[in-house]
Design a protein around this ligand. Structure first.
Ligand SMILES: [Zn+2]
Length: 261
């Protein structure tokens, strides 16, 4: 049996809570996931690179959980230093690492990528290649997925249904028919405006216009941020902390949404 989890969850959540308090965020907390994309192994000796190191430092300082999407071919060419750094963060429980595709390549002419225009077999192979590499090199299994460029086509949910250990799909197709237990965590407002530029004022404006979403998945690309962009990010984090936000991993959010409904 298949069902449409996100629509179902969001509708139930909003209905039940709206009748009690008028605002979803009041009743079950302000739920936030940081979806940081594009971790790769750096051959310059920095392993993660300065941007990612700063991002993790900020997560520590602010005591927030974050999630990091790995471009999984880096698990083919990375070193033990890379794998052990990922493992250590994974073991801390503060960071969830997730499957962000294998090559992250896009055909500039057709616009096609690993999850857009590729066959069902190719999409499934890309997913399972990353899952297998994680188990081999990191010793754990990814339970969340977010595609490169957030691309998707009708083959993407078909492929995901073949990989049941992937239980959350960030910025996925909210109409997709997935397995019971597989949840789409949808997109609403943006931290980066434009992409790659955290923008506190724009975020605050959009948040104030949408204060009652069941949760917020905030996409980030900290590998390329400079000092000023990190400052904007920290402002957003502090703003949300003042509102008692709960920073969760995508899998924790998925578990919570299923428990609540
Ligand atoms: Zn990406």
């Amino acid at each position: 049996m298949v069902y449409r989890p996100l629509k179902h969850l969001a509708t139930l959540c909003l209905m039940s809570i709206a009748s009690l308090h008028g605002q979803a965020a009041d009743a079950h907390g302000l739920l936030v996931v940081i979806k940081a994309d594009d971790l790769v192994y750096r051959k310059d000796g920095s392993v993660f690179g300065a941007g990612w190191n700063r991002f993790i430092e900020i997560a520590d300082e602010q005591e927030i959980k974050v999630s990091i999407g790995i471009i999984t071919n880096s698990l083919d060419y990375g070193t033990d230093a890379y794998f052990s750094k990922i493992r250590r963060l994974h073991d801390s429980g503060q960071v969830e690492f997730w499957n962000h595709g294998y090559t992250h390549k896009r055909d500039v002419e057709t616009g096609h990528s690993e999850f857009k225009g590729a066959s069902f077999d190719a999409q499934l192979a890309t997913l399972t290649r990353g899952q297998t590499l994680a188990k081999e090199k990191l010793g754990f299994e990814f339970t969340s997925f977010g595609s490169p460029y957030n691309h998707k086509d009708p083959n993407t949910p078909r492929a995901l249904r073949e990989v049941p250990e992937l239980t959350s799909w960030m910025y996925g197709d909210e109409q997709a028919e997935l397995l019971p237990g597989q949840v789409v965590l949808g997109r609403s407002i943006h931290l980066e405006q434009p992409v790659h530029h955290p923008n506190f004022e724009a975020f605050k404006r959009d948040f104030e216009a949408n204060p009652d979403r069941p949760y917020y998945i905030l996409q980030a690309h900290p590998g390329g941020w400079d000092t000023e962009r990190f400052e904007q990010f920290v402002q957003v984090v502090k703003y949300l902390q003042e509102k008692n936000a709960i920073f969760m991993t995508p899998t924790e959010l998925r578990d919570r949404l299923l428990e609540e409904n």
